[in-house]
Design a protein around this ligand. Structure first.
Ligand code: ADP
Length: 261
């Protein structure tokens, strides 16, 4: 019986994983389709200037190809790869892609904090998380609006940690804010649940936020959502600070021989 339970848990985990990957893949295809759509429209209206949309489509397709590469690597058992990540750089690199993906009626603004610490996270997963949040933001702004991505150093002290149910420590905070529909309290309460979606069949998988949650928790970070109906939503990611700016070599005297017995 116990092995059956374990087997079931394993199948559940695999199901969540493949669903999550399908979700990412879908987002990348959305980038490709969005780019091709724009090209089609521009050609139909006799406007030239399609190069940047060709670039967008190629970018999306390249990311999709990289994802299947990662998938293959995973099937050969390669774990998450945390590394020092410059959050501002990562967001700056993503902004072009997001601007083009979100369309002309959504303005993309970044507020990048100077002197931002480096985060310790899997770069590809963090990119996926931000694209996930941006696609959710787009869906919440059918009539257009503004997407703001913000970074800041966050020092979470003991008191605040207890109150916010977080681990005390230093984090790199990345916030994605939209001016969209917001969430009613009952939606907000379920937003992180796998397969919970309010979107029509074929549009939503309900895996975006649960995937973001899983990634952030696996990275020993936290995620918080603040949302108000008709005002908008902010999702804050807290990723652990990477300590390693000045690698201090271990002094010789500190290298004690291991004692046995
Ligand atoms: P999906 O986007 O496939 O529905 P998610 O797990 O990403 O799955 O989101 C779950 C639900 O949370 C969405 O269906 C939507 O109702 C709500 N939601 C997520 N992000 C936002 C947002 N930025 N604004 C409003 N509602 C949101």
């Amino acid at each position: 019986a116990e092995t059956q339970v374990r087997q079931l848990q394993k199948m559940e985990a695999v199901g969540q994983l493949t669903g999550g990957i399908a979700h990412d893949f879908n987002n990348m295809l959305a980038v490709v389709i969005g780019g091709l759509d724009m090209i089609e429209r521009r050609i139909a209206s006799g406007r030239g200037d399609v190069e940047r949309y060709v670039e967008a489509a190629k970018d999306g397709a390249t990311r999709a190809a990289a994802l299947t590469q990662r998938l293959l690597a995973f099937s050969r058992q390669s774990p998450l790869a945390p590394e020092p990540v410059e959050g501002n750089r990562l967001i700056a690199d993503l902004t072009e892609l997001l601007t083009r993906t979100l369309g002309e009626r959504i303005a993309v603004e970044t507020v990048l904090s100077a002197g931002l610490w480096r985060a310790e996270a899997d770069r590809g997963q963090l990119e996926n998380a931000i694209v996930n949040l941006a696609v959710n933001a787009r869906d919440a702004m059918p009539d257009g609006g503004k997407l703001t991505i913000e970074t800041a150093n966050a020092h979470v002290g003991d008191d605040y940690a207890r109150e916010a149910d977080m681990a005390a420590g230093q984090y790199v905070m990345i916030a994605v804010t939209d001016t969209g529909t917001g969430m009613a309290p009952d939606v907000l309460a379920k937003a992180f649940e796998p397969f919970f979606t309010t979107k029509p069949v074929g549009r939503g998988t309900g895996l975006g936020l649960s995937q973001v949650f899983g990634f952030v928790r696996q990275s020993r970070g936290h995620v918080r959502i603040y949302s108000e109906p008709d005002v908008g939503t902010t999702v804050r990611l807290y990723l652990p600070r990477f300590y390693g700016e000045t690698p201090t070599p271990t002094p010789r005297a500190a290298l004690q021989p291991i004692r046995r017995g």
